[in-house]
Write a protein that binds this ligand. Sequence first.
Ligand SMILES: CC(=O)N[C@H]1[C@@H](OP(=O)(O)OP(=O)(O)OC[C@H]2O[C@@H](n3ccc(=O)[nH]c3=O)[C@H](O)[C@@H]2O)O[C@H](CO)[C@@H](O)[C@@H]1O[C@H](C)C(=O)N[C@@H](C)C(=O)N[C@H](CCC(=O)O)C(=O)O
Ligand SMILES: Nc1ncnc2c1ncn2[C@@H]1O[C@H](COP(=O)(O)OP(=O)(O)OP(=O)(O)O)[C@@H](O)[C@H]1O
Length: 524
Amino acid sequence: MGAFVGSLRPEHPRIRALASLVNELSLSSSVSLEGIDVTGITMTTSDVREGDIFVGLPGATVHGARFAQNAREAGAVALLTDDAGAQIAGDCGLPVITVPHVREAMGEISAWVYRSAELDATVFGVTGTNGKTSVVYILSAILAQLGVKNGLSSTAERRIGDVAVVSGLTTPESTELHALLARMEENSVRAVCLEVSAQALSRRRVDGIDFDVVGFTHLSHDHFDDYASYEDYFAAKAELFTPERASRGVVTVDDQWGIRLAENSRIPVATLATIPDSVGWEFAQWRMHVTQETPRSTEFTLTGPENRKLSTSVPLLGSFMASNAALAIVMLVESGFDLDHIAHALSATGSIDVVVPGRTEIVSGDTGPVFYLDYGHTPGAFASLLSAVRHVTDGKVVFLFGADGDRDTTKRHAMGQITAEGADVVVITDYHPRTEDPALIRAALIAGARDVPGGAEVHEVADVRAAIATAISLASSGDAIIYAGPGHETVREVAGEQIPFNFREEIQHALREAGYPPRGERSA
Ligand SMILES: CC(=O)N[C@H]1[C@@H](OP(=O)(O)OP(=O)(O)OC[C@H]2O[C@@H](n3ccc(=O)[nH]c3=O)[C@H](O)[C@@H]2O)O[C@H](CO)[C@@H](O)[C@@H]1O[C@H](C)C(=O)N[C@@H](C)C(=O)N[C@H](CCC(=O)O)C(=O)O
Ligand SMILES: Nc1ncnc2c1ncn2[C@@H]1O[C@H](COP(=O)(O)OP(=O)(O)OP(=O)(O)O)[C@@H](O)[C@H]1O
């Protein structure tokens, strides 16, 4: 079944008495709540269903309580808000439950509404600058190979079996997340794999969830629009590794941040090193060696305590994907799966059967340059991607990219610089300018690229379609093209508009036009 945009809620929501919520959580309400039944909770008017609590949240642009009346008309039975929200909502016709801080209360209340404490599945959470989506998909794939029914929530989609919805945020707001967990419980899911962003921790989106095992990939430059420093960004992620949120953790200790996290964690953690001779190599309990890299797969051996070993491969390019796979395997071991049992499950195909949409995905077919579509949008992701592609490419490497508007502007110079250092040809184009002037975004990237003496040849092509065609025209058989940024995306955000733009299909079209049938198609 194809994915649609929206949220996944329980199909048969269980009724709860609103008066019990107020009693059990010691909340205060404007009127008696006797006789009012609740079946859901949401913070967005477009998502309101009959029987919902509507959460009026003070947002960055507007106070949600302003929409209380619309929510009532759509079927909401109560308003949860703060004092300011109660004033704004005025005579909205809904009983009002007030709390001092809406975000601080919303997770626990959502968990109560959807009875999340009764969830009988193992809950995995993954954080880190890059690799979260990939680890979540790999976890989900291995669990399926182990015969364990599971569900996932990632930047790309929320999925339970064949049912999927396209994600808005990487980590949903708590109202949506607890509804998703309830739907998973309804579907007898035995394991849940959740991507947890730093913003989700800072904004209390995962409150009310007891993670069984959490994993950390690494930390590098991103989101400096949200966090004042690396310290703040690290602190936000480290919060996942506390007893209030999780029982056990697995930390990749390839960088100093991982080592710090492992050393200071207040929950038991297993450590994993995936880069030989890196800072954590000697210190780690688990080590991963890459044994072979090809454009389509990476083979590796994972060695754990008592010299226990597992060798397998992941059908994705790059040693960092093997690191992600190793993290997923150690997380499974920490949750109670035996390493030999995992090895046996993977031995049927000799590989982890995973497809991660738009992460080092090869779109090209058997002729012409190899065209990789990727979601990398940080200097760190660009560096690992370039190194991985260089490793398996005899010819030249063409790197096509743009940068987000209205997001961390401080990383643009480094993005340009790293591509000019690592690629032979760089094509800079537009991406999601949002409210920014796209020419200025390109200029910042170009400035970074031009700062590299003797660096790559740089082309500026504003129009995305033209830029894809230019990148293809600059490469031939034996060469590689990396398009970093869009990954699985199917829209562009330009000046407040969401413009449909299926990047994968655009690339396929351009390859066809150049006489290179894309993957899955044959030459005429
Ligand atoms: C900074 C931030 O977290 N913003 C989130 C926040 O938006 P906001 O505070 O601006 O909300 P607002 O527009 O003022 O509206 C306030 C309230 O009124 C409600 N409302 C508003 C209008 C209306 O007609 N009806 C209605 O109900 C809104 O649903 C909201 O509850 O609440 C919105 C609803 O949940 C989120 O979509 C929005 O995320 C924005 C899109 C965002 O970009 N967030 C980023 C920073 C983020 O969280 N990113 C991370 C990391 C990604 C990564 O891994 O790289 C993520 O987890 O996605
Ligand atoms: N372990 C890793 N180390 C460095 N780079 C990585 C790693 N894993 C993935 N990447 C790069 O980062 C990109 C994004 O990967 P992925 O979507 O798995 O990360 P993410 O943390 O989920 O990011 P987002 O939350 O923005 O989706 C990949 O396309 C790849 O270029």
